[in-house]
Design a protein around this ligand. Structure first.
Ligand SMILES: N[C@@H](CCC(=O)N[C@@H](CS)C(=O)NCC(=O)O)C(=O)O
Length: 203
């Protein structure tokens, strides 16, 4: 049985969404962020030295990193969500799977941490904001007329990009990036996404 170690308000929601879309049998084990620090509880350190979420138990192995977890689940239960390896779409799939936790997360995390510096962050802000725009614009441009990133329907890359896409809206930038906003609206209306939110504790 697949077990997902899920932290509230985290990237792990995309794994819950994927599992719900695939209708796979799994158990979600919930962990709550510390109310003061917003950090993960120490119990996650019992599973993996990084102490972060998501962590997936599959075939007797602990897997970390959302993109690796998505690939591992799709390899077993969702081959239709990944393009054939010899196709051009597969290259796009790989680019976006890595982009979602690599390139785009750097300005997002810089923004998160530097806002804690207050006015001290002012010299960094223009570069951070221009890099947020740069990466969100790339996401907007690569969304296909179908409303998806790699194919004409849901794919693994959509699952991975759902996290930064949600952040675009949280930053109040939905008007600037209407295709991303439409994707998030589509996702939030999916029964599987609603079930994932409920499984994750409602947030
Ligand atoms: N690149 C990793 C990032 C994992 C990660 O940083 N998870 C966050 C949740 S969004 C976490 O566990 N944060 C709690 C903490 O750092 O204490 C992935 O994609 O799984």
């Amino acid at each position: 049985m697949i077990k997902l170690h899920h932290l509230n308000r985290s990237r792990s929601l995309r794994i819950l969404w994927l599992l719900e879309e695939l209708g796979v049998e799994y158990e979600a084990i919930r962990y709550e962020r510390d109310a003061k620090t917003n950090l993960a509880p120490p119990e996650l350190l019992n599973l993996h030295p990084l102490g972060k979420s998501p962590v997936l138990e599959i075939d007797g192995r602990m897997v970390i990193e959302s993109a690796a977890i998505v690939e591992a689940i799709c390899a077993k239960h969702g081959q239709h969500l990944v393009p054939p390896t010899n196709s051009d779409a597969y290259i796009s799939h790989m680019e976006l799977m890595h982009f979602a936790e690599g390139s785009v997360m750097l300005p997002i995390l810089l923004n998160l941490y530097t806002t804690k510096l207050g006015d001290g962050a002012a010299p960094l802000q223009p570069r951070i904001q221009s890099e947020l725009n740069n990466h969100f614009s790339y996401m907007e441009q690569t969304l296909r007329p179908s409303g998806h990133w790699v194919s004409d329907g849901l794919s693994a890359a959509d699952i991975m990009l759902s996290f930064p896409a949600t952040i675009v809206l949280r930053y109040g930038m939905g008007d600037q990036f209407p295709k991303i906003a439409a994707f998030v609206e589509w996702m939030q209306n999916r029964p599987a996404f609603k079930a994932a939110v409920a499984k994750g504790g409602g947030d």
